[in-house]
Ligand binder design. Structure first.
Ligand SMILES: Cc1cc2nc3c(=O)[nH]c(=O)nc-3n(C[C@H](O)[C@H](O)[C@H](O)COP(=O)(O)OP(=O)(O)OC[C@H]3O[C@@H](n4cnc5c(N)ncnc54)[C@H](O)[C@@H]3O)c2cc1C
Length: 394
């Protein structure tokens, strides 16, 4: 393992910092800091994506032949860390980190030529149609059916917990195309236009007052067969490939550290920084350090051409637990004021004075929104299963 950055990597770090200083407008930074979720609203991400696209910096992990940055693993780590430190909005991962890599690996030349540029420009906004009522952890039991009729599939059923379905114009979905054989073998990976007749979306409001997730209903929705990725019945393979990107793709430690420093600052200001809270902050700091070391270990493995393996599940598991620990520090730093919840998304659109300062305003919503971290992208119990199987060679 070699964690030392080279001279050219340091020069790259300076280039990224200079770019952020020049282009990350205060209003975008503010909107991001007042968003209690990892998912910034499209109103925030669209203008930011335009700026990044003009620079060619939308897709750090994509190869340059598809319009990506072609960064090395070390440059990707530097890029993500600097963006988190600067408080830049998070572009939606659904197109860039999830369906994009699947289209690159398994899509036809026509699908690549059509969809990949639209992901980069932000013309398409994607959502993920995997989970169904009764089929979350046991995803292979999914029932939303795609029946073949000529050159179309007729889709009937329902997807649930679909993040930003109400913003998206496209969904990538796992659909049942057969009941024969193993249940995994009857699943296909299909791209669906969200404007298709027969699709309806029901909002689900979460504990923090957010409208992020939805239930999506399909009632005789016609989807061209040409929208299928790869072979019929092989969707499980493509869908699992995508999950590796969903779980392990990011660099989370820099964002966690920035959030923890904000909580510490609130505790100092409000007089809640007791010895006990200071000790807890130190414990979380140590967890973040070890997370950062794991991220650097992955980067080092990728740089030397090794496959990091089940570590994507390890990162997902620890990242979600540490995030929840940071948000617990936040509410304790705020003390009784944490009970003053003002569930009025989006906070960045607020113009009138509130009882809390802006950095305090988002603490309780972040805590409440953060409850979902150990559930989405596969629950912590499921990640532990995957890690255990990899360790035990099962
Ligand atoms: C905020 C949020 C956003 C989401 N966004 C999306 C999205 O955009 N698209 C999408 O498709 N899905 C999305 N999901 C769904 C998410 O992937 C599922 O909620 C998750 O996989 C768990 O499935 P479930 O809710 O059906 O719970 P279940 O699978 O019913 O699990 C219930 C409990 O049983 C435990 N359990 C289940 N199986 C096992 C096992 N084998 N071993 C040990 N314990 C087990 C679980 O850990 C959990 O505690 C989102 C969920 C949330 C909360």
């Amino acid at each position: 393992m070699d964690f030392q950055f080279t001279e050219s990597e340091r020069a790259f770090q300076k280039e990224v910092r200079d770019f952020l200083d020049a282009n990350l407008k205060p209003e975008l930074r503010r909107a991001h800091s007042l968003t209690p979720s990892v998912f910034d609203d499209p109103a925030t991400t669209r203008p930011w994506q335009k700026i990044l696209n003009a620079k060619g910096w939308v897709a750090p992990a994509w190869p340059s032949e598809y319009g990506g940055c072609g960064f090395s693993p070390a440059e990707r780590w530097i890029f993500a860390t600097e963006f988190a430190r600067a408080g830049a909005p998070n572009l939606s991962p659904m197109g860039l980190q999830m369906v994009g890599p699947v289209i690159m690996k398994f899509g036809t030349p026509e699908q690549k030529a059509y969809y990949l540029p639209r992901i980069l420009s932000g013309d398409d906004y994607w959502c993920q149609g995997y989970s169904e009522p009764g089929s979350g952890s046991d995803l292979a039991s999914l029932k939303t059916r795609a029946r073949r009729e000529g050159d179309h599939y007729i889709v009937n059923g329902s997807k649930i917990w679909t993040t930003h379905a109400h913003h998206a114009n496209m969904m990538f979905a796992l659909l049942r195309t057969s009941d024969e054989g193993r249940k995994q073998d009857g699943i296909s990976f299909v791209l669906i236009d969200m404007k298709s007749p027969g699709i309806s979306i029901r909002p689900i409001l979460t504990i923090g007052g957010d409208h992020e997730v939805n239930q999506v209903f399909f009632d005789d929705v016609r989807v061209p067969v040409s929208n299928r990725i790869g072979e019929e019945g092989k969707g499980w393979t493509y869908g699992k490939y995508l999950l590796e990107f969903e779980r392990g793709g990011g660099v989370a430690s820099a964002r966690m550290r920035a959030m923890l420093r904000e909580c510490e600052e609130i505790a100092r200001r409000t007089g809640t920084l007791t010895e006990d809270l200071a000790r807890r902050i130190a414990d979380v700091d140590i967890d973040i350090d070890s997370m950062e070391t794991t991220e650097l270990r992955v980067m080092s493995a990728l740089s030397s051409g090794q496959n990091p393996g089940a570590v994507s599940s390890l990162i997902k598991l620890r990242m979600s637990e540490i995030h929840q620990a940071v948000t617990r520090v936040g509410v304790d730093a705020l003390g009784l004021d944490a009970l003053v919840v003002e569930p009025r998304r989006p906070f960045y659109a607020l113009n009138e004075p509130t009882l809390l300062t802006e950095d305090e305003l988002v603490v309780t919503p972040e805590y409440l929104n953060g409850r979902a971290f150990t559930i989405f992208g596969g629950t912590s119990e499921v990640q532990r299963d995957i890690i255990a199987k990899a360790m035990l060679g099962l």
